[in-house]
Write a protein that binds this ligand. Structure first.
Ligand SMILES: C[S@@+](CC[C@H](N)C(=O)[O-])C[C@H]1O[C@@H](n2cnc3c(N)ncnc32)[C@H](O)[C@@H]1O
Length: 209
């Protein structure tokens, strides 16, 4: 589900960028146990204007990133932002629930997958989790920063932004979904009374489900 104009402005505001750059990314990096291994290939779902993609390259140390977003205008912005990284970023308009269509991603392709506040925009959010689990290599890391049902129920969110109305997840429900897809949670915490969930999970070896 696309963002409305107010959310687009809020997400791309300097305040949000500062929060992401100076708080969320360091916190997620700590949960992930540090930068990615040299040569890591990452996928980012819902990349928006590509700010997070830059963080994945510059701070998490990915060698290459495949990044996609449903919104063609956001992908156009991301292409401009990342024009100085030829050969290291593939950007596509596409759906997070079908990474094969966007990138031809086979099972077990990526070392890392990033979700910077996008899965709560997907009506069938469990399909997005399943798709991330499918494309991660065994041992690959899923890094997530999510907005929960608790936040979406707040008057500001309800009045200003558009989000799927049904099957929203709490932090507990999101964390409970991951092992169903072979993703073992390795660290997570919530902030602002459960409004936001930050965490990491690792894809288990195939024979351990
Ligand atoms: C809250 S924004 C976050 C954008 C970016 N990750 C950031 O942190 O700035 C959510 C993004 O998810 C995208 N999106 C929503 N549903 C999607 C889907 N099914 N597949 C891919 N992107 C999607 C929206 O277009 C929007 O850019």
């Amino acid at each position: 589900m696309l963002m409305n104009r107010i959310e687009t402005a809020a997400v791309n505001s300097p305040a949000r960028r500062a929060l992401q750059r100076f708080y969320e990314v360091p916190a997620l990096m700590k949960l992930a146990g540090g930068p990615l291994a040299p040569g890591a290939w990452a996928v980012e779902i819902g990349c928006g204007s590509g700010f997070g993609t830059r963080m994945i390259l510059d701070h998490f140390g990915a060698a290459k990133v495949d990044a996609l977003d449903l919104d063609a205008a956001m992908v156009a912005k991301a292409r401009r932002r990342l024009a100085d990284r030829p050969g290291r970023v593939r950007l596509e308009v596409g759906d997070a629930t079908d990474l094969k269509a966007a990138f031809g991603a086979e099972d077990g392709t990526y070392d890392a997958a990033f979700d910077f506040a996008i899965i709560h925009h997907i009506p069938d959010w469990r399909s997005a989790v399943a798709e991330i689990a499918r494309v991660l290599k065994p041992g690959g890391v899923f890094v997530f920063d999510e907005v929960t049902a608790h936040a979406l129920a707040r008057p500001t969110y309800r009045r200003l932004f558009d989000h799927p109305e049904h099957d929203r997840f709490t932090a507990r429900e999101f964390l409970a979904e991951l092992p169903r897809h072979g993703l073992a949670v390795t660290g997570a915490f919530t902030r602002i009374s459960g409004d936001y969930l930050l965490g990491t999970a690792r894809k288990r070896a195939a024979n351990r489900g």
